[in-house]
Design a protein around this ligand. Structure first.
Ligand code: C5P
Length: 302
């Protein structure tokens, strides 16, 4: 997360994430699933601009900077009351009694329903941004408690780690050193997927859960996950059952000759690990032929 003062306004750049590893360990009594997941933040950002509102209301205006991979219905619902940015602002007001108003201008570059954490990152940026803008002086612990109420991925974005090993339903964060930048090409199919629906289609398998230990060791040693076969996502099969587009995108990424390919989060975006930023740009060029698919070369270190 990056902050920048623009006159009387505060701009916050909220990064996307990729799940390099995601194992589902089982269903929990509360309806969520227990996870082991490795997330890294990447250099693809939404931007939130906070400006004082004299009417004491919280207003949200959205601007879409990525027309691809957004259905008109999704675009319409973006500024509705269930938007995580408005819910985060509302939660802050409830918890602190703050009655100040704010206008929030959200510029969306992170594709929606893509498993890239855009909504969660925007919510984290709202918590941290308004804590500063309204001078609420909430502690890190208080912000984390609110983040967990808003969604399972929000906690990851609060402290802006480059990478983290996340457990519980995803909200328990152990930061990981990402010693060398990692490079990827991300491909988002024209359809998004609902997280709840993908989890509903997941089935417990008989085989032992996979461990992220080899990937974690590769990332934190600075070698990077170069040997291939370390990326994994247990939600990939249910997502492929729900959408042919996900399977097609994975096949197209593999056909570029990339060493390792996986889906991010609950999809629908997929990515290939590249050796260099240049290779990521080259593969993006090769994959960019379809007008309805959004292809983005990115690196860690957001
Ligand atoms: O936490 P979040 O609101 O992002 O989750 C959206 C939905 O995804 C949940 O309502 C739940 O159905 C599913 N989910 C899950 N297990 C998780 C995270 C999310 O079942 N660890």
């Amino acid at each position: 997360m990056r902050f920048c003062c623009q006159g009387p306004s505060l701009a916050v750049h909220a990064p996307a994430k990729l799940n390099l590893f995601l194992e589902v360990l089982g269903r929990r009594p509360d309806g969520y699933h227990e996870l082991e997941t490795v997330m890294v933040s990447i250099g693809l950002y939404d931007t939130l601009l906070f400006t004082e509102d004299a009417s004491h209301r919280t207003r949200l205006r959205c601007r879409l900077a990525t027309p691809h991979s957004l259905s008109p219905q999704l675009a319409d619902s973006l500024a509705g009351d269930d938007n995580l940015v408005l819910r985060a602002a509302q939660l802050l007001r409830e918890q602190t009694g703050c009655e100040d108003g704010v206008q929030i201008e959200l510029t969306k570059r992170i594709p929606l329903q893509a498993g890239l954490g855009g909504g969660s990152s925007d919510a984290a940026a709202t918590l941290v941004g308004l804590n500063r803008f309204w001078n609420l002086q909430l502690t890190c612990g208080q912000l984390h408690a609110m983040a967990a109420r808003l969604g399972s991925d929000v906690n990851f974005f609060l402290d802006s780690p480059r990478g983290a090993l996340c457990s519980g339903r995803g909200e328990q964060i152990a930061p990981l050193p990402v010693m060398q930048p990692l490079h990827f090409v991300v491909a988002c199919p024209p359809v998004g997927l609902s997280t709840a629906e993908v989890f509903r289609h997941w089935q417990q398998s008989e085989v032992q859960p996979r461990s992220s230990a080899a990937l974690v060791a590769a990332i934190s040693s600075g070698r990077g996950p170069r040997e291939g076969g370390l990326l994994f996502n247990a939600l990939q099969s249910p997502a492929c059952e729900l959408s042919d587009e996900v399977a097609r995108t994975l096949t197209d990424l593999r056909s570029t000759g990339a060493d390792d390919v996986a889906m991010s989060g609950s999809g629908s975006s997929c990515f290939a690990l590249c050796r260099t930023a240049r290779q990521a740009r080259t593969l993006a060029g090769r994959l960019g032929g379809r007008a309805d698919r959004c292809v983005i070369p990115v690196s860690t270190g957001a």
